[in-house]
Design a protein around this ligand. Structure first.
Ligand SMILES: Nc1nc2c(ncn2[C@@H]2O[C@H](COP(=O)(O)OP(=O)(O)OP(=O)(O)O)[C@@H](O)[C@H]2O)c(=O)[nH]1
Ligand SMILES: [Mg+2]
Length: 329
């Protein structure tokens, strides 16, 4: 941090820690950018502030447009995407979220511990993914909040309990009930058009409690009962078995890529990726950084692995995971 920052800057920066809403944070960051003296010694700081501002804008744009009185109005989207965790009572949804996020949702050895949906953040490498804990479904008793919540998800996990022989049947009943609401759960292969996105969700079945006695037989039974409709991953939320694999599968399920922006002559900041939907192009990235950058876009240079080093590309160029892009406007 440069030593010659004016007191006004230090004072405003202090307010940043107290900012409660993203809007407040954004205003303070913009003030900081306006205050910071513009010279060589503060270039890094200016770039950092600009990145923070554009990331915050990107996140704010992603927020679901739900009314305040809606039962999920309190659940603001945050991070690179939202994964909703569903399951029957006591299957271990909250424990799974606890182990993945390091947070502390209530876990109980009795059904219906979780009463309302609640958000938690899971770190995956250099990004954060939002996990939503939910109240359980049980036969005809399906929390009314679930369909609306599922529609806001970028991917879904369904937690199955390997100690609970009825769980496959409960899942079938739940899937049928959701079908009536036009919600469908699909594996990685099935195509999803943009129009279908709200109702058709990439889903992974998580067979939890694989640490328990007879869990291998229970897993085989589950596979037989459910067939190959949806992918199934055995884990233990208790011992952590399978959770690293689960994190990677969650990332893959969201169908996003991480790309990095850089300024001419500078190195990219690998701690600050932009996350975009797979299939996004250079202009989508420009838009995610700042509207002006997209409006005034001239060309971009692309770095990809060892093969592409500063290639000039146009706005339609499709990006890939790990791409580094220098946008010229
Ligand atoms: N052995 C074992 N027990 C687990 C595992 N995961 C969760 N449990 C236990 O299962 C019980 C239920 O866990 P929760 O995480 O509260 O389950 P839930 O699905 O959130 O339950 P509801 O909120 O009631 O729907 C608790 O006693 C946990 O300790 C696991 O991987 N192995
Ligand atoms: Mg719970």
């Amino acid at each position: 941090m440069p030593a010659n920052l004016p007191p006004e800057y230090i004072e405003t920066e202090r307010k940043l820690k107290e900012a409660k809403t993203p809007q407040e944070k954004l205003e303070i960051l913009e003030q900081l950018l306006a205050i910071v003296p513009k010279h060589k010694g503060t270039e890094k700081l200016q770039a950092l502030l600009k990145t923070k501002i554009s990331k915050l804008r990107q996140e704010m744009q992603r927020r679901p447009q739900v009314a305040r009185h809606s039962p999920i109005g309190h659940l603001e989207k945050s991070g690179a995407g939202r994964v909703v965790v569903l399951g029957s009572p006591n299957s271990g949804k909250s424990m799974l979220i606890k182990s993945l996020s390091g947070a502390n949702p209530e876990v109980g050895d009795y059904p219906f511990t979780t009463r309302i949906p609640a958000p938690y953040m899971m770190r995956y490498e250099n990004i954060q993914i939002q996990l939503i804990d939910t109240p359980p479904y049980l036969d005809e008793d399906i929390p009314s909040v679930l369909p609306e919540l599922i529609r806001t998800a970028d991917a879904v996990l369904i937690c199955l309990d390997l100690t609970q022989p009825d769980d496959a049947a409960r899942l079938e009943t739940f899937l049928e009930a959701m079908k009536k609401k036009r919600i469908e759960f699909v594996g990685a292969e099935e195509p999803i058009s943009p129009a279908e996105r709200p109702n058709k969700k990439r889903t992974l079945l998580v067979a939890n409690k694989c640490d328990t006695e007879n869990s291998s037989e229970a897993l085989e039974d589950l596979r037989l009962l459910l067939g190959n409709r949806l992918p199934l991953l055995p884990v233990s939320a208790l011992t952590g078995d399978g959770l690293e694999e689960l994190k990677t599968r969650i990332y893959d399920l969201m169908e996003i890529i991480r790309v990095y922006s850089k300024a001419p002559g500078k190195k990219p900041d690998f701690d600050e990726p932009f996350t975009l939907k797979k299939g996004s192009s250079v202009i989508d990235m420009a838009r995610a950084i700042h509207k002006d950058l997209a409006d005034n876009f001239k060309y971009a240079r692309l770095w990809r692995g060892k093969t592409i080093q500063g290639l000039i590309v146009n706005r339609e160029h499709i990006l890939q995971e790990g791409d580094i892009v220098e946008i010229h406007a």
